[in-house]
Design a protein around this ligand. Structure first.
Ligand code: G1P
Length: 273
Protein backbone atom coordinates (compact mmCIF):
# COMPACT_ATOMS: atom_id res chain seq x y z
CA UNK A 1 0.00 0.00 0.00
CA UNK A 2 1.32 3.44 -0.81
CA UNK A 3 2.09 5.89 1.95
CA UNK A 4 -0.63 8.31 3.04
CA UNK A 5 0.34 11.97 2.76
CA UNK A 6 -1.13 13.78 5.77
CA UNK A 7 -0.40 17.37 4.99
CA UNK A 8 -0.97 19.76 2.09
CA UNK A 9 0.62 23.20 1.71
CA UNK A 10 -1.51 25.68 -0.22
CA UNK A 11 0.22 28.99 -0.99
CA UNK A 12 -2.54 31.61 -1.03
CA UNK A 13 -0.72 34.88 -0.42
CA UNK A 14 -0.85 36.14 -4.03
CA UNK A 15 -2.76 39.41 -4.44
CA UNK A 16 -3.94 38.60 -7.97
CA UNK A 17 -2.83 41.49 -10.16
CA UNK A 18 -4.35 39.77 -13.20
CA UNK A 19 -7.74 39.85 -11.47
CA UNK A 20 -7.92 43.57 -10.66
CA UNK A 21 -10.22 45.26 -9.75
CA UNK A 22 -11.88 42.17 -8.18
CA UNK A 23 -8.83 41.67 -5.96
CA UNK A 24 -8.41 45.25 -4.69
CA UNK A 25 -9.81 44.11 -1.33
CA UNK A 26 -10.68 40.42 -1.68
CA UNK A 27 -7.74 37.99 -1.82
CA UNK A 28 -7.44 36.11 -5.10
CA UNK A 29 -7.87 32.77 -3.33
CA UNK A 30 -11.36 33.84 -2.18
CA UNK A 31 -12.73 34.66 -5.63
CA UNK A 32 -15.83 32.58 -6.20
CA UNK A 33 -16.01 29.78 -8.74
CA UNK A 34 -19.69 28.70 -8.97
CA UNK A 35 -20.51 28.50 -5.25
CA UNK A 36 -17.27 28.44 -3.32
CA UNK A 37 -13.92 30.24 -3.23
CA UNK A 38 -11.10 28.92 -5.40
CA UNK A 39 -9.02 27.84 -2.40
CA UNK A 40 -11.80 25.59 -1.08
CA UNK A 41 -11.48 23.44 -4.20
CA UNK A 42 -7.80 22.92 -3.39
CA UNK A 43 -8.53 21.92 0.21
CA UNK A 44 -11.25 19.52 -0.99
CA UNK A 45 -8.85 18.01 -3.54
CA UNK A 46 -6.19 17.45 -0.87
CA UNK A 47 -8.80 15.87 1.41
CA UNK A 48 -9.87 13.45 -1.37
CA UNK A 49 -6.22 12.38 -1.60
CA UNK A 50 -6.19 11.61 2.14
CA UNK A 51 -4.72 14.81 3.64
CA UNK A 52 -5.97 15.71 7.10
CA UNK A 53 -4.08 18.98 7.52
CA UNK A 54 -4.02 21.97 5.17
CA UNK A 55 -1.37 24.63 5.72
CA UNK A 56 -2.65 27.80 4.07
CA UNK A 57 0.13 30.32 3.47
CA UNK A 58 -1.63 33.70 3.57
CA UNK A 59 -0.52 37.31 3.46
CA UNK A 60 -0.42 39.75 6.34
CA UNK A 61 -3.04 42.21 5.04
CA UNK A 62 -6.03 40.12 3.97
CA UNK A 63 -4.99 36.58 4.91
CA UNK A 64 -7.29 36.63 7.94
CA UNK A 65 -10.27 36.60 5.53
CA UNK A 66 -9.10 33.24 4.14
CA UNK A 67 -8.64 31.93 7.64
CA UNK A 68 -12.15 33.10 8.59
CA UNK A 69 -13.74 31.38 5.62
CA UNK A 70 -12.60 28.01 6.93
CA UNK A 71 -12.78 28.64 10.63
CA UNK A 72 -16.19 30.33 10.77
CA UNK A 73 -17.72 27.40 8.95
CA UNK A 74 -15.39 24.66 10.01
CA UNK A 75 -17.84 21.91 9.07
CA UNK A 76 -17.66 22.47 5.34
CA UNK A 77 -18.83 19.25 3.66
CA UNK A 78 -16.00 17.13 2.29
CA UNK A 79 -13.38 18.80 4.49
CA UNK A 80 -14.87 18.25 7.96
CA UNK A 81 -11.81 16.25 8.97
CA UNK A 82 -9.19 18.64 7.63
CA UNK A 83 -7.36 20.72 10.20
CA UNK A 84 -6.82 24.19 8.74
CA UNK A 85 -3.50 25.73 9.79
CA UNK A 86 -2.90 29.27 8.53
CA UNK A 87 0.68 30.54 8.27
CA UNK A 88 1.45 34.18 7.49
CA UNK A 89 3.96 35.10 4.79
CA UNK A 90 5.02 38.52 5.97
CA UNK A 91 6.76 39.58 2.76
CA UNK A 92 5.88 38.67 -0.82
CA UNK A 93 9.30 37.24 -1.75
CA UNK A 94 8.10 34.54 -4.14
CA UNK A 95 6.46 31.10 -4.30
CA UNK A 96 9.55 29.33 -2.96
CA UNK A 97 9.55 31.61 0.07
CA UNK A 98 5.80 31.00 0.61
CA UNK A 99 6.34 27.23 0.70
CA UNK A 100 9.35 27.67 3.02
CA UNK A 101 7.08 29.50 5.49
CA UNK A 102 5.18 26.21 6.05
CA UNK A 103 8.28 24.34 7.29
CA UNK A 104 7.58 24.56 11.03
CA UNK A 105 4.11 23.07 10.63
CA UNK A 106 5.09 20.39 8.10
CA UNK A 107 8.34 19.45 9.88
CA UNK A 108 9.83 16.17 8.62
CA UNK A 109 6.81 14.88 6.70
CA UNK A 110 6.37 14.53 2.94
CA UNK A 111 3.66 16.92 1.76
CA UNK A 112 1.45 17.88 -1.15
CA UNK A 113 1.71 21.41 -2.51
CA UNK A 114 -1.27 22.78 -4.44
CA UNK A 115 -1.43 26.17 -6.14
CA UNK A 116 -4.96 27.44 -5.54
CA UNK A 117 -5.01 29.29 -8.90
CA UNK A 118 -5.37 25.95 -10.60
CA UNK A 119 -8.43 23.76 -10.08
CA UNK A 120 -8.55 20.13 -11.23
CA UNK A 121 -11.30 19.23 -13.68
CA UNK A 122 -14.12 17.20 -12.12
CA UNK A 123 -13.14 13.53 -11.88
CA UNK A 124 -9.52 14.23 -12.95
CA UNK A 125 -7.64 14.20 -9.64
CA UNK A 126 -3.85 14.07 -10.05
CA UNK A 127 -2.54 13.72 -6.48
CA UNK A 128 -2.98 9.91 -6.19
CA UNK A 129 -0.68 9.41 -9.20
CA UNK A 130 2.00 11.56 -7.50
CA UNK A 131 1.83 9.33 -4.42
CA UNK A 132 2.11 6.20 -6.59
CA UNK A 133 5.37 7.49 -8.14
CA UNK A 134 6.92 8.68 -4.89
CA UNK A 135 8.72 5.52 -3.85
CA UNK A 136 6.90 5.42 -0.48
CA UNK A 137 7.34 9.17 0.04
CA UNK A 138 11.13 9.09 -0.54
CA UNK A 139 11.15 10.97 -3.86
CA UNK A 140 9.55 14.29 -4.78
CA UNK A 141 7.11 14.01 -7.69
CA UNK A 142 6.00 16.81 -10.00
CA UNK A 143 2.70 16.84 -11.88
CA UNK A 144 3.44 17.70 -15.53
CA UNK A 145 1.68 18.59 -18.75
CA UNK A 146 2.98 18.77 -22.29
CA UNK A 147 2.98 22.47 -23.20
CA UNK A 148 2.58 24.30 -26.49
CA UNK A 149 5.10 27.06 -27.39
CA UNK A 150 3.17 29.98 -25.89
CA UNK A 151 3.15 28.36 -22.42
CA UNK A 152 6.91 27.75 -22.23
CA UNK A 153 7.33 31.32 -20.96
CA UNK A 154 4.45 31.03 -18.47
CA UNK A 155 5.32 27.80 -16.63
CA UNK A 156 8.28 26.08 -15.05
CA UNK A 157 9.69 23.43 -17.41
CA UNK A 158 11.50 20.24 -16.34
CA UNK A 159 14.66 18.52 -17.59
CA UNK A 160 14.04 14.79 -18.16
CA UNK A 161 16.98 12.64 -16.98
CA UNK A 162 16.37 9.98 -19.66
CA UNK A 163 13.55 9.37 -22.11
CA UNK A 164 10.31 11.32 -21.74
CA UNK A 165 8.35 8.08 -21.79
CA UNK A 166 10.38 6.32 -19.10
CA UNK A 167 8.44 4.79 -16.19
CA UNK A 168 9.11 6.10 -13.63
CA UNK A 169 9.93 9.40 -15.30
CA UNK A 170 13.18 10.53 -13.68
CA UNK A 171 13.97 14.26 -13.80
CA UNK A 172 17.35 16.01 -13.67
CA UNK A 173 16.09 19.52 -12.89
CA UNK A 174 13.77 22.37 -13.84
CA UNK A 175 13.91 25.92 -15.22
CA UNK A 176 11.41 28.67 -14.39
CA UNK A 177 9.60 30.13 -17.44
CA UNK A 178 12.41 29.47 -19.94
CA UNK A 179 10.54 30.45 -23.12
CA UNK A 180 10.81 28.52 -26.39
CA UNK A 181 14.52 29.27 -26.92
CA UNK A 182 15.75 27.95 -23.57
CA UNK A 183 13.13 25.26 -22.83
CA UNK A 184 14.84 21.94 -21.94
CA UNK A 185 11.63 20.02 -22.81
CA UNK A 186 7.92 20.67 -23.26
CA UNK A 187 6.96 19.20 -19.91
CA UNK A 188 5.61 21.94 -17.65
CA UNK A 189 4.94 22.16 -13.90
CA UNK A 190 1.21 22.66 -13.46
CA UNK A 191 0.83 23.51 -9.79
CA UNK A 192 0.57 20.11 -8.11
CA UNK A 193 3.61 18.74 -6.31
CA UNK A 194 4.55 16.07 -3.79
CA UNK A 195 7.66 17.09 -1.89
CA UNK A 196 9.93 15.35 0.54
CA UNK A 197 10.85 17.59 3.52
CA UNK A 198 14.35 17.89 1.99
CA UNK A 199 12.92 20.74 -0.10
CA UNK A 200 12.89 22.99 3.00
CA UNK A 201 16.66 22.63 3.48
CA UNK A 202 17.14 23.48 -0.17
CA UNK A 203 14.75 26.46 -0.07
CA UNK A 204 16.70 27.81 2.89
CA UNK A 205 19.58 28.50 0.51
CA UNK A 206 17.73 29.50 -2.67
CA UNK A 207 18.61 33.00 -3.87
CA UNK A 208 16.20 35.24 -5.79
CA UNK A 209 15.93 34.02 -9.38
CA UNK A 210 13.48 34.65 -12.24
CA UNK A 211 11.73 38.01 -11.71
CA UNK A 212 13.84 38.68 -8.60
CA UNK A 213 11.72 36.18 -6.62
CA UNK A 214 12.65 33.12 -4.56
CA UNK A 215 11.44 30.49 -6.98
CA UNK A 216 10.07 27.08 -5.99
CA UNK A 217 11.33 25.87 -9.38
CA UNK A 218 14.93 26.58 -8.35
CA UNK A 219 14.52 24.24 -5.37
CA UNK A 220 12.95 21.65 -7.69
CA UNK A 221 16.02 22.01 -9.93
CA UNK A 222 18.28 21.18 -6.99
CA UNK A 223 16.16 18.10 -6.10
CA UNK A 224 16.75 16.96 -9.68
CA UNK A 225 20.51 17.52 -9.42
CA UNK A 226 20.49 15.35 -6.28
CA UNK A 227 18.71 12.59 -8.24
CA UNK A 228 15.57 12.60 -6.13
CA UNK A 229 12.98 14.02 -8.51
CA UNK A 230 10.33 12.36 -10.64
CA UNK A 231 7.51 13.47 -12.90
CA UNK A 232 3.99 12.23 -13.42
CA UNK A 233 2.28 13.35 -16.62
CA UNK A 234 -1.38 14.29 -16.06
CA UNK A 235 -3.87 13.20 -18.68
CA UNK A 236 -5.85 16.41 -18.35
CA UNK A 237 -4.83 20.03 -17.76
CA UNK A 238 -6.01 22.11 -14.82
CA UNK A 239 -8.39 25.07 -14.89
CA UNK A 240 -6.49 28.35 -14.38
CA UNK A 241 -8.68 30.71 -12.36
CA UNK A 242 -5.96 33.36 -11.94
CA UNK A 243 -7.14 35.42 -14.93
CA UNK A 244 -10.60 36.63 -16.00
CA UNK A 245 -11.05 34.39 -19.06
CA UNK A 246 -9.79 31.30 -17.22
CA UNK A 247 -12.13 32.05 -14.32
CA UNK A 248 -15.06 32.21 -16.77
CA UNK A 249 -14.05 28.92 -18.42
CA UNK A 250 -13.74 27.25 -15.02
CA UNK A 251 -17.12 28.61 -13.96
CA UNK A 252 -18.72 27.11 -17.07
CA UNK A 253 -17.02 23.72 -16.66
CA UNK A 254 -17.66 23.41 -12.94
CA UNK A 255 -21.15 24.90 -13.40
CA UNK A 256 -21.97 22.21 -15.94
CA UNK A 257 -20.67 19.56 -13.53
CA UNK A 258 -22.82 20.95 -10.72
CA UNK A 259 -26.05 21.92 -12.49
CA UNK A 260 -25.99 19.59 -15.49
CA UNK A 261 -28.79 20.03 -17.99
CA UNK A 262 -30.37 23.04 -16.23
CA UNK A 263 -27.26 25.13 -17.00
CA UNK A 264 -26.39 23.46 -20.29
CA UNK A 265 -29.80 24.31 -21.77
CA UNK A 266 -29.36 27.96 -20.81
CA UNK A 267 -25.95 28.07 -22.46
CA UNK A 268 -27.33 26.46 -25.58
CA UNK A 269 -30.17 28.98 -25.73
CA UNK A 270 -27.71 31.85 -25.55
CA UNK A 271 -25.44 30.35 -28.19
CA UNK A 272 -28.40 29.46 -30.40
CA UNK A 273 -27.35 25.82 -30.76
C1 G1P B 1 3.97 29.26 -10.76
C2 G1P B 1 5.32 28.55 -10.78
C3 G1P B 1 5.53 27.88 -12.13
C4 G1P B 1 4.39 26.95 -12.44
C5 G1P B 1 3.05 27.71 -12.37
C6 G1P B 1 1.87 26.77 -12.51
O1 G1P B 1 4.01 30.36 -11.63
O2 G1P B 1 6.34 29.49 -10.50
O3 G1P B 1 6.74 27.15 -12.11
O4 G1P B 1 4.56 26.37 -13.71
O5 G1P B 1 2.91 28.39 -11.11
O6 G1P B 1 0.66 27.49 -12.56
P1 G1P B 1 2.93 31.57 -11.57
O7 G1P B 1 1.71 31.05 -12.27
O8 G1P B 1 2.71 31.86 -10.13
O9 G1P B 1 3.56 32.70 -12.32
Amino acid sequence: MSQRIEVAVIPAAGRGTRMRPATRVVPKALLTVVDRPAIQYAVEEAARAGATEAVLVVDLDVGHLIQQHFLVENRLPGIEHVRIRPVVQEEALGLGHAVYEAREVVRDRPFFCLLADNIVRPGKDVLPALVDSSDEGKTSVMCLRRLSDEYLSKYGVVIPAGGEHDEPLELAGAVEKPGVERAPSRLGLIGRYLFTPEVFDILDGVKPGHGGEIQLTDAIDELGKRGRLRGSIADSDLLDVGNPLGLLEASVELGLAKFGYAFESQLRDRLGS
